[in-house]
Ligand binder design. Structure first.
Ligand code: ZN
Length: 196
């Protein structure tokens, strides 16, 4: 079951520039319960034929708290800067902690404090290494009539998932290493095949 409700469009002035935002409410039925995920599109006023697109999964600790454990905060900042300059959109998906939710992510961080890496911690908690689901992205691409995009990513799984939906050119993301995210980035590169 996929039911998606679309909000009105509004202005969002930021320190990078003025964007347009629109929310896409995805209703997911799991067992008897229906969950609402309010995703967000942050875009430049105009979209070129081949816009820059970043599909970003929510990371409260990285995006809002500037955590150094992962690269989400810097990736988001870089993406917003680039779409302000070159025109495009950030599709902000509300799937925290690679889809396991904030509560479970904190438990995974506690396991990482004991020495497990990001994948081992998720597996220990009974999740897959990556629980993200990108089905709403197809709806968003169609909503904006996107046929070809420049996808800002280092993740080959995202390229695989989205090339079924639109024509893709990859734009790499370059992120600074620090002593806290070194292991996280190493796991991304060595265990998840990221192009770093
Ligand atoms: Zn993160």
């Amino acid at each position: 079951m996929q039911l998606i409700e679309v909000s009105k469009e509004a202005n969002l002035p930021t320190r990078f520039g003025v964007f347009k935002i629109r929310s896409f409410r995805e209703k997911k039925k799991v067992g008897d319960e229906v969950y609402c995920l309010d995703h967000l599109v942050i875009k430049s006023e105009e979209l070129p034929k081949n816009p820059l697109v970043r599909v970003h999964s929510e990371c409260l600790t990285g995006d809002a708290l500037q955590s150094l454990k992962c690269d989400c905060g810097s990736e988001l900042e870089m993406a917003l800067k680039k779409i302000a300059q070159e025109q495009g959109m950030v599709i902000y998906l509300r799937q925290e902690g690679r889809g396991i939710g904030l509560f479970n992510k904190v438990n995974a961080y506690a396991l990482q404090d004991k020495g497990l890496d990001t994948i081992e911690a998720n597996l220990e908690l009974g999740f897959k290494e990556d629980e993200r689901d990108y089905s709403v992205v197809k709806f968003i691409f169609d909503f904006y009539h996107l046929k070809q995009i420049r996808l800002l990513t280092n993740n080959p799984k995202k390229i695989e998932a989205f090339k079924q939906m639109v024509e893709i050119q990859r734009e790499p993301i370059i992120i600074q290493c620090n002593q806290h995210n070194m292991r996280y980035l190493k796991v991304k590169k060595e265990k998840m095949g990221h192009l770093l």
